[in-house]
Design a binder for this molecule. Structure first.
Ligand SMILES: [Zn+2]
Length: 253
């Protein structure tokens, strides 16, 4: 009996979550499966991501797979070979606003496109262009980490150093996975545009203490008007705060 294979149809898969949730691991797992099936695979990461290795996608667990650099969505599309069947893209949030259209064009011509990326920035806001990609994807996987403060499922990326740049490539100790209640978007500093009102009547931004918001949470420092997330952190702190998390904060300048 003849087996009739339907023409290869393209689609978009998106893997989103916080840092340390296993996005890159999941992306690498899917791409490996495709390679084992002898499908023609190309893998890209944004030129801005200089961590670990110049020409590999590397997960935090040291899984790695060879990749090419793309300097934006248009550059990525121009590097996809005509016979490529699967395109993997890591750190999708570092691409420009043209990424969703680029992925849609690739899918339309029969390519299976798999994009991994952060769905939220360090303030917990949707991290473009991932929201737009989620809207047009056929398949969505949301990965969760484990909150490094309380152990609950973590959906947020907590920045531990003072910086209000949206893109800050993290080294060890720069970020933690946090749950909704332990997440404190003001810990990295308060962008004027985001928390002007809160900053106006408090010393929320210029905290001199090396433990920053932790001082506020324990009641030892000034207690300005806090966001609900920060109040959650204050409540969660006494319950179970591992020594490692404290050590990380203590090192913070
Ligand atoms: Zn937590």
């Amino acid at each position: 009996m003849d087996v009739v294979r339907t023409p290869h149809a393209g689609w978009i898969e998106v893997i989103v979550g916080s840092m340390f949730s296993g996005k890159s691991e999941e992306l690498i797992r899917r791409l490996r499966r495709a390679q084992i099936a002898r499908q023609r695979v190309q893998i890209f990461k944004p030129a801005v991501d200089t961590r670990y290795d110049g020409d590999h996608i590397v997960s935090h667990s040291e899984l790695r797979i060879p990749s090419e650099r793309a300097d934006g969505a248009a550059d990525l599309v121009s590097k996809v070979n005509p016979d490529t069947e699967v395109v993997g893209i890591d750190e999708g949030q570092f691409f420009d606003a043209g990424l969703p259209a680029a992925c849609a064009a690739l899918a339309l011509r029969g390519v299976r496109v798999i994009v991994a990326g952060l769905d939220q920035d360090y303030l917990g806001k949707p991290f473009e262009p991932m929201p737009q990609l989620l809207a047009i994807a056929e398949y969505i996987t949301k990965t969760r980490a484990i909150c490094m403060v309380c152990g609950n499922p973590a959906n947020h990326t907590q920045r531990l150093v003072q910086s209000t740049d949206r893109v800050l490539i993290g080294a060890t100790g720069t970020y933690e996975a946090r749950c909704r209640h332990c997440f404190d978007p003001t810990l990295a500093g308060t962008p004027a545009s985001e928390f002007e009102a809160a900053a106006a009547d408090s010393n929320l931004v210029a905290t001199e203490s090396p433990v920053g918001a932790r001082t506020v949470a324990t009641g030892a420092g000034p207690v300005p008007a806090r966001t609900p997330a920060a109040q959650g952190a204050a409540e969660a702190t006494p319950v179970r705060a591992p020594a490692r998390a404290h050590a990380t904060r203590a090192k913070r300048p």
